[in-house]
Design a protein around this ligand. Structure first.
Ligand code: MN
Length: 244
């Protein structure tokens, strides 16, 4: 059987110091996503950031499943807020691309797995909101942006019984943490599946029939040291193989 094609949402990388072409916009994803999907038995495919609605639909139709990758902050206008002081770098074009792509994926019943920003944009696309910075949350006292070498874990996460995520990972795990924003209101069609000890949302999943699971941490950066994290990608590949 053909391996399922997993579309990974692309980012724009701008290297102001590129020797030959400073400021050139490059379409890319971190290679960890590619490695993780390949290791899990899928065929990774980068879905570059595009604008044409019909072409975005073509992107979704062309793949069996979608991985929403990490990246910049989501512009707060997409959840009805003004930008606050601690908002990070934003790229609205990417927000628009992914919001449209998520809606089409749901329409076409394609499995989706969201990572970090992927969880946040999923929540916003379906009507939820975000904290623009963790310092705006009262009682948020855990370090959610770890300083360490890639591959290291940081804080614990408790998973909620009865969810798909619990089914995949069990009731307690240790994750890495590289985010400064978090879910405020979960979208009406998403349920919270995981929490850190200070109450920050670390997982969401869709309550409808589609397989749509998202996590706030970065399993693609730690699956080599912590093989349990590969299960998240294997489950996406497995769900996607049913759509072929
Ligand atoms: Mn965290």
């Amino acid at each position: 059987m053909k391996k399922p094609l997993i579309g990974i949402t692309g980012d724009i990388f701008i290297d102001a110091h590129d020797e030959l072409f400073p400021g050139l916009h490059k379409s890319c994803v971190n290679n960890d996503y590619i490695r993780a999907v390949e290791k899990a038995g899928g065929t990774p495919l980068i879905l570059p950031l595009i604008f044409d609605s019909e072409a975005i639909k073509d992107q979704v139709e062309a793949v069996d499943g979608i991985l929403l990758s990490g990246g910049y902050d989501v512009h707060p206008r997409f959840y009805g807020e003004e930008p606050l002081e601690k908002l990070g770098f934003i790229l609205q074009e990417r927000d628009k691309h992914e919001i449209e792509l998520i809606k089409i994926a749901i329409e076409l019943n394609k499995p989706v797995f969201g990572i970090c920003r992927g969880l946040q944009i999923l929540n916003v696309a379906l009507g939820g909101s975000l904290y623009q910075d963790l310092s705006y949350i009262e009682d948020c006292n855990i370090k959610h942006f770890q300083k360490s070498l890639k591959g290291a874990t940081s804080h614990t996460v408790d998973l909620i019984k009865g969810t798909k995520l619990f089914d995949i990972l069990g009731e307690k795990i240790i994750t890495n943490s590289l985010h400064h924003q978090a879910v405020k209101e979960a979208a009406p069609t998403l349920e919270i599946t995981a929490l850190s000890k200070d109450g920050v949302v670390e997982g969401l999943e869709y309550t409808g029939d589609n397989y749509i699971v998202a996590v706030q941490w970065h399993p693609e950066m730690i699956f080599e040291n912590y093989p349990i994290m590969l299960k998240l990608f294997q489950r996406l590949v497995e769900e996607s193989s049913k759509k072929q």
